[in-house]
Design a protein around this ligand. Structure first.
Ligand code: NAP
Length: 300
């Protein structure tokens, strides 16, 4: 249980509703910031504005999956207010206050360091990233269907990266009957791709390997789909870039060449917010309960 714990939940999309549901069920008290337009009320959760919250009482602060942008702004789907997180706010929290987000960036890392607080990036956990890859793949399949006039079955699909998302994406498109090849740079990844029954290639050969691609799916958060790569794609290729913003594609050059290239962030939040929210809620509930137990142990 989370009885006695005061948690601030700042911003986010429909995924946060599962987190609110779970944490209030566990008896935590929640301050919801950036949720004015949310119709649903939860017992134990109070909607507040950023400047109304007494941060000196906050034991944990939960940010959306993306954390903040590079200016500190937190995405708030349920509010029109601009919510900006700052070092000043974090410094007002008690020293034990832990900040939770999906991923981080230079801004968030900076204010965490200045305020000497602890940041937990949920997506750096393998379990969360693997579970989350399931709705991500379903969203990628949805985009492939929406933006092409041919079947996935029998199409040439090139996937870049064999991380948590790359592997799940390769398996799903292979199972749908596509001709899948996967680019990676580690020999053990190339071996795994072979074992999965799809075609491996080394990323150093990417320009040669992408010719003939119908759908190119990038999971690598690095500028890998460069102008030189795009120049080798057939004109009808659809590029779906799921890597975190700004993606790994030269979108300017793709547009110039008339290649449809889409940056596809937050797919789980779009196609399956309930499932994606439950994945986060379950792990957060466990981490917060562990934190509470540790602190109670120290007090004794
Ligand atoms: P991951 O497990 O860390 O996989 C990343 C892959 O990129 C690995 O195969 C890694 O290979 C490769 N890579 C990284 N830097 C590289 C470079 N400079 N050159 C070549 N390869 C490189 O991450 P993930 O969980 O699969 O997530 C992939 C991306 O998708 C992340 O940016 C994540 O934030 C994002 N994501 C987006 C959504 C969405 O809805 N759009 C959902 C989930 C995740 P090595 O092992 O060789 O480094």
């Amino acid at each position: 249980m989370l009885t006695g714990m005061q948690i601030a939940l700042i911003g986010g999309d429909a995924r946060q509703l599962e987190i609110i549901r779970k944490l209030t069920e566990l008896d935590a008290r929640l301050s919801l910031i950036g949720f004015e337009h949310l119709d649903h009320a939860f017992t134990g959760a109070v909607k507040e504005k950023l400047d109304e919250v007494d941060f000196s009482n906050i034991d944990a602060l939960i940010l959306p999956v993306a954390g903040t942008n590079l200016e500190g702004q937190v995405e708030t789907i349920f509010s029109n207010e601009k919510v900006i997180l700052s070092e000043d706010i974090l410094s007002k929290t008690p020293e034990h206050c832990t900040i939770y987000s999906g991923i981080s960036n230079a801004f968030l890392n900076g204010i965490i360091k200045q305020s000497k607080r602890t940041l937990v990036q949920l997506f750096s956990r393998d379990d969360v990233a693997i579970y989350n890859s399931i709705p991500t793949v379903e969203g990628t399949i949805m985009m492939a269907i929406q933006h092409t006039d041919f079947t996935i079955h029998s199409s040439n699909i090139t996937i870049l990266g064999l991380g948590r998302c790359g592997m799940s994406t390769a398996r799903a498109f292979h199972a749908l009957g596509a001709k899948v090849k996967v680019g990676a740079r580690k020999s053990e990844h190339l071996a795994r791709i072979t074992e999965m029954g799809v075609t491996p290639f080394h990323l150093s050969n990417i320009e040669k390997e992408v010719t003939g691609t119908d759908i190119l799916i990038n999971t690598i958060p690095y500028p890998i789909v460069s102008a030189a790569v795009i120049a080798k794609l057939p004109a009808h290729t659809l590029v779906i870039d799921i890597a975190s913003k700004p993606g790994g594609t030269d979108f300017r050059y793709a547009e110039k060449r008339g290649i449809k290239a889409l940056l596809a962030p937050s797919l789980p939040g779009i196609v399956a917010p309930k499932t994606a929210g439950t994945i986060l809620a379950d792990v957060l509930a466990q981490l917060l309960q562990d934190d509470l137990k540790n602190r109670k142990g120290k007090v004794k």
